[in-house]
Design a protein around this ligand. Structure first.
Ligand SMILES: *Cc1c(COP(=O)(O)O)cnc(C)c1O
Length: 394
């Protein structure tokens, strides 16, 4: 057995504090993925330094390009979506921006659904204003009709299934067929399904985006995003932009996502069951005109959900009868006790946010107020009781 503190060559205390001779024994076996922090990666010799390529995932080059912790998370997310490659980004929005900057240049055109996650719309508008890219917004229920919008300079089509406030479920196979006929890749914001309830690549999607901030991390404590692909050439483009933009992620955060992946499917099933129970209860209430939950016929694109999805997320929206003013529905939201007011979703806590839809969407058809609910992991009957008392405050 090697004894501590006995070095072959004598070093000063200060140097010893930096260069220790101790090496932990190999062969440690446990379930958690180790958290490997690094900016500098140490090469055994100059030949290794010269021969390694940052894109080659069989070796390490620099912390920005990954450590065993982030390599493991990338591989596990690719497995989950049945893709081949994955790049990680510091947030879901950063992942969306990464795809845009990787695939679009001045003079190009991008098609974005009109119900898109609103910061993504903000990004599209910025690309239009300052980067010479045209961002055009399409009716999320356009389906095969998207063929008529694709121009020779269209380089990317974004989809989101469903849109995260107004909840329309697009016809993904039809959009993908039309896009591929013209050689345009399709990216999907697949956050709502967590990669559990939708097999995106089987439907023809080329790039799957996940806001890991939501279900994958599951604790309302991490921001992270991912872009997953099957096509290696497409992955190379995303990876090159990732390197050029310097999109590092923290390994402690990667660990938190890895820690919660084993329970993802079970948590998702619980969110799904709770949300359907609450949605069904709300549907029967006279105060509510529409429940925009993809598993209910009220939701535009419900047929697409039935055909393509094997489950539903915990996020849906309700539309109040038009006799209730914004002041009244705000009072409803303020009266909720278990549902907290806040953005994001996918954690154990139920959340709600009122949205002013006419300002967000062109041709919004509903005159009543919209409130979005995220059903957490509380007992659904307790959530229903909370909604019931808040409805009395209307
Ligand atoms: C939250 C969210 C994002 C962005 O994720 P962040 O990590 O918060 O940047 C993108 N798309 C959808 C549908 C989301 O819900």
């Amino acid at each position: 057995m090697r004894e501590h503190g006995l070095s072959d060559t004598k070093k000063s205390l200060q140097t010893t504090l930096i260069h220790s001779d101790y090496m932990a024994p190999g062969g440690f076996a446990a379930f958690p993925t180790a958290i490997h922090h690094a900016s500098t990666v140490v090469f055994p010799d100059v030949a290794a330094l010269r021969s390694r390529n940052w894109q080659d995932k069989s070796a390490y080059t620099y912390g920005l390009h990954g450590t065993p912790t982030s390599f493991t998370l990338e591989a596990r997310l690719a497995e989950l979506e049945e893709g081949k490659h994955c790049v990680l980004a510091p947030s879901g929005l950063a992942a969306i921006a990464l795809a845009d900057f990787a695939l679009l240049k001045s003079g190009d055109d991008v098609l974005i659904p009109d119900n898109v996650y609103s910061p993504s719309r903000e990004l599209g508008n910025w690309l239009g204003r300052d980067f010479g890219v045209t961002a055009r917004y399409y009716d999320p229920l356009i389906g095969a009709g998207i063929a008529g919008l694709i121009q020779p300079n269209t380089r990317l089509i974004w989809t989101e299934a469903p849109g995260s406030v107004s909840m329309e479920v697009p016809d993904l196979p039809a959009i993908c067929r039309a896009a591929h006929d013209k050689g345009v890749p399709v990216a999907l914001d697949n956050t709502w399904s967590a990669g559990i309830a939708l097999r995106a690549f089987d439907l023809g999607v080329d790039i799957v985006m996940q806001a890991l901030t939501k279900y994958q991390s599951g604790g309302s404590d991490v921001l992270m995003g991912a872009l997953i692909t099957r096509d290696t050439a497409l992955h190379r483009k995303l990876e090159a932009a990732h390197m050029r933009l310097g999109y590092g992620i923290g390994m402690d955060d990667a660990y938190l996502v890895l820690r919660n992946l084993p329970t993802l499917k079970l948590r998702f099933a619980a969110h799904d069951a709770g949300a359907r129970k609450v949605a069904a209860w709300l549907k029967a209430r006279p105060e509510i005109d529409c429940v925009l939950h993809p598993a209910l016929p009220d939701c535009p694109g419900h047929e697409n959900w039935k055909r393509d999805f094997s489950g539903a997320g915990g996020l849906f929206s309700i539309i109040f009868n038009r006799r209730y003013s914004e002041e009244q529905t705000d009072r409803f939201v303020d009266s909720l006790k278990l549902f907290k007011i806040g953005f994001s979703w996918g954690g154990p806590h139920s959340l709600c946010v009122p949205y002013r839809m006419p300002a967000m969407r062109s041709n919004w058809p509903h005159p009543g107020q919209l409130v979005r609910l995220n059903i957490g992991l509380e007992e659904p009957d307790d959530l229903i009781a909370d909604l019931e008392q808040a409805l009395r405050a209307l």
